[in-house]
Design a protein around this ligand. Structure first.
Ligand code: PSU
Ligand code: MN
Length: 297
């Protein structure tokens, strides 16, 4: 693994580091918003006094802490492989370039010694396809990090995803919310396991988890900032249409999520992108705050 020197140094000194994923750059957002958002997320982490480490595979080597040119490359190069955990040994042996999903980012970040990771929405159980379950969920069950997100992407079956998190033993902490957020919208009608107000409460729960040597991540869910929220009905109608298109066109496997995100952006005339961008940057800031509290305590 190639760890950027400032990230390495911060890890050695026990200072705050926040991992960021790269699939949202290569497959989640269109160019050039993807570069702008990736940079804004890094700045948001820094604004809280933590070091950002965006993760990807370049030339077969896992890179912990991309530089600006590497982010730009992932953002504008078609054909970068979207890597889940199963793809990591393949892309490394092929000496290829790959972006990392939530799952693969956690795998690599944890091995590098990073304890906090911020992203947009985790994968989960797909609507109408209960056997298409994102590897993100299994990874959350076995990798003891703190993962900050806005719930699971609303294009999924949120209720089934929420149930699966319970089965897998993943504690769901609502950051200033009682509800599991619905990604583009603040509320889903589903409950969190506990509502927390301060990063220190999250750190205390992480400590208790570690004392018990539980392997699961803590999932910290943060609603999209209210000003950029997509009303639930509007999001739902776009999602339902996009899911229908995916079924009609026979979209399967790892292509489903990027396909749906792109169709929803079209159907909402970019308003889904605004919500997505806003929640990503906000989550990065919250991640920075939690990483600070963790290194202080
Ligand atoms: N969140 C976003 N945009 C994304 C993703 C999450 O705001 O593009 C990506 C993440 O990398 C997540 C992946 O791990 O989608 C899930 O893909 P799948 O459903 O194929 O597991
Ligand atoms: Mn899938």
């Amino acid at each position: 693994m190639r760890i950027r020197p400032d990230v390495q140094q911060a890890l050695e000194k026990g200072e705050a580091v926040v991992a960021l994923e790269s699939t949202l750059i290569s497959h989640g957002l269109p160019y050039p918003e993807n570069v702008e958002v990736a940079q804004a997320m890094e700045e948001a982490v820094r604004s809280e006094g933590a070091i950002p480490a965006t993760i990807a595979i370049l030339g077969g080597e896992p890179v912990i802490g991309l530089d600006g040119a590497q982010i730009e490359y992932l953002a504008r190069t078609p054909g970068v492989r979207k890597c889940s955990r199963r793809d990591l040994p393949i892309i490394m042996a092929m000496k290829g370039n790959g972006s990392t999903t939530v799952c693969a980012t956690m795998t690599l970040a944890c091995r590098a010694g990073i304890r906090v990771f911020a992203t947009g929405g985790i994968g989960g159980v797909h609507r109408g396809h209960p056997f298409d379950v994102s590897a993100d969920l299994e990874e959350l069950a076995r990798t003891p990090m703190i993962v900050v997100c806005s719930g699971a992407k609303a294009l999924l079956d949120l209720e089934a995803t929420r149930e699966r998190l319970e089965t897998l033993g993943v504690p769901v902490l609502g950051y200033e919310t009682e509800q599991f957020p619905a990604f583009y919208s603040r509320e889903s009608g589903l409950a969190v396991d506990v509502c927390v107000q301060e990063p220190e409460q999250i750190v205390a729960i992480a400590r208790a988890r570690d004392q018990l040597v539980l392997s699961a991540a803590l999932l910290v869910v943060v609603p999209v900032p209210a000003a950029d929220e997509l009303p639930r009905e509007e999001a739902e109608s776009a999602i339902a249409q996009a899911v229908r298109l995916a079924d009609e066109q026979g979209i399967r496997g790892e292509e489903v999520t990027p396909f749906l995100l792109a169709r929803i952006a079209e159907l909402t005339a970019g308003r889904s992108l605004r919500a997505n961008r806003s929640l990503l940057v906000h989550n990065a800031r919250v991640g920075g705050r939690i990483a600070q509290a963790l290194s202080a305590g």
